[in-house]
Design a protein around this ligand. Structure first.
Ligand code: BES
Ligand code: ZN
Ligand code: ZN
Length: 502
């Protein structure tokens, strides 16, 4: 049986700004080149990233259709372009009823050795698999006329038959599948409406997932939060009839970890709906605030991937989940609450709730023995103002720790931009009646103020804060990904953790 669709990649070899595009196939197959290269000139196809050109009944090939997918400029070639290209192939095939897809592994004679070095085999295979899996997801679970059009068989064709190459490709696929399944799990949680995914339901889903992949899991609620003295977390929770959830996931490497080795703490903001509370948000766009648990989602997905890839390092994840609601019992501006660390906080704005739940989550993670901390949160609208929807914000109190995170970005393909959180910003959160207040004196640098607040609760522990408010939800579909939850953070957090223990 001929395959219904074979997708192959092409790059643009041209270099100058005004240069005519020079689309070239990334294939070692003469048959593919023979069938398609002659259609690539003349400007119809420029090999831009995610661009597609479909040929029916390609001569000399056992495929009903040949899809050429652009990866952009050859000069910028990276595994991430392959991730997006593979995604574009899947998203082209799906709505056209193609359910069995073959993809040609990017190989080439036309590229210089230097460019090809940018496509290490295992990482490229991993990216290809991730891109295909991530693209195969559509958020139509609540549509009554939904039709499952997902890809049922994905075949990858690699001309290089050397055993070591084939093994690297296979290993890359295995990693890519684990990572993409984890990231898709995150995306499915983030997509859930607030009435479905309450903190309690989030706890149940996490417990089930942990059981499936072999992670330790503890699920707590109001009683434990009060017993631990988490006054900041409780303040946010108290306005909702839905009880909060404090979740702890644990990963232990096989054979245990050496005495004195690092314990990595992943802390997530899990606000399942953020109305703003008494400092209520405007109605316009408030429905989006169901994704205010995307930081927790990123940590949950990262833990799932960690369980699958088994790095040699201990990891503990703390998730603080609540609904932020206005109510007669809700916390109010002017209230003073005491965090688990003992610090007192004057509440200026109840909509700055994420930093309150994280303050207690970070402190708790330290008491559980974490030596290195990372948190993720849809913390501030200001991060979108500063960085747009492309880069997420990164803050850290330790250059070496931040550099380690940067090291993983090549494999993850995600974009994070570091912003300052030096002590000269501390004045912003001084309170006249308590130790600190939960918002800045002005709106300027709002994301930095929020980071400064978190910094108060990590002390000397090396720490990274990821503000993903601008990047956790895509308003527009991409050629390689449906619109909606992106699953940002999962891959980079995973790589950072692997950096501490393979
Ligand atoms: N959940 C929001 C931040 C947010 C904004 C997430 C847009 C996703 C998209 C957060 O709790 C919040 O409301 N922050 C306030 C802080 C302010 C009151 C200091 C904000 O960003 O306006
Ligand atoms: Zn808020
Ligand atoms: Zn929020």
């Amino acid at each position: 049986m001929p395959t219904p669709m074979l997708a192959v990649f092409a790059v643009d070899l041209s270099t100058g700004v005004d240069a005519e595009p020079m689309p070239t196939l990334l294939t070692a197959s003469d048959a593919v080149t023979g069938a398609a290269q002659r259609y690539l000139g003349g400007g119809e196809f420029k090999a831009a990233l995610g661009e597609t050109l479909l040929l029916h009944a390609p001569g000399g090939l056992r495929a009903e259709r040949l899809l050429v997918v652009g990866l952009g400029k050859a000069k910028k070639l990276s595994p991430d372009q392959v991730r997006k290209g593979a995604g574009a192939a899947v998203r082209y095939a799906k709505p056209r009823g193609v359910r069995e897809l073959a993809i040609g592994f990017p190989e080439d004679k036309a590229l210089s050795d230097e460019r090809l070095e940018e496509l290490p085999c295992e990482l490229t295979a991993r990216a290809l698999m991730e891109g295909a899996e991530l693209a195969d997801t559509d958020y139509d679970t609540y549509k009554s006329d939904r039709k499952d059009r997902s890809i049922t068989a994905l075949t990858v064709v690699a001309a290089n038959t050397e055993r070591s190459v084939q093994e690297e490709i296979r290993a890359g696929f295995e990693v890519g599948r684990v990572v993409a399944v984890a990231q898709n799990f995150t995306r499915s949680l983030v997509n859930e409406p607030g009435n479905v995914l309450t903190p309690t339901v989030l706890g149940e889903r996490v417990r089930t997932m942990c059981g499936e992949v072999g992670l330790g899991c503890e699920v707590y609620s109001t009683e434990k939060i009060k017993e631990l003295g988490m006054g900041a977390f409780w303040a946010v929770s108290q306005g909702s009839p839905e009880p909060p959830a404090l979740l702890v996931m644990r990963y232990e490497p096989a054979g245990g970890a050496a005495e004195g080795s690092p314990v990595i703490g992943l802390v997530g903001k899990g606000i399942t709906f953020d109305t703003g509370g008494i400092s209520i948000k405007p109605a316009d766009g408030m429905e989006k605030m169901k994704y205010d648990m995307a930081g927790a989602g990123a940590m949950i997905g990262a833990m799932r991937a960690i369980a699958g890839l088994k790095p040699k390092v201990r990891v503990i994840s703390v998730i603080c989940s609540a609904e932020n609601m206005p109510d007669g019992l809700a916390f109010k501006p002017g209230d003073v609450v005491t965090a688990m660390s003992g610090k007192t906080i004057e509440i200026i704005n109840t909509d700055a709730e994420g930093r309150l739940v994280l303050a207690d989550g970070l402190h708790y993670a330290k008491t559980l023995g974490c030596t290195h901390l990372i948190n993720a949160a849809t913390l501030t609208g200001a991060i979108g103002v500063a960085l747009g929807r492309l880069n997420a914000g990164l803050f850290s109190n330790d250059d070496a720790t931040a550099a380690k995170f940067d090291d993983g970005l090549k494999a993850s393909g995600e974009k994070f931009w570091r912003l300052p959180c030096t002590d000269d910003y501390a004045d912003q959160i001084k309170s006249s009646i308590a130790d600190i207040q939960n918002t800045g004196l002005t709106r300027y640098g709002g994301s930095i103020t929020a980071a400064m607040f978190l910094k108060e609760f990590v002390g000397e522990t090396p720490w990274i804060h990821l503000d993903i408010a601008g990047t956790a939800w895509d308003e527009e579909a991409k050629p390689w990904m449906a619109k909606g939850p992106t699953g940002i953070g999962v891959r980079s957090i995973l790589e950072w953790v692997r950096g501490y223990g393979g």
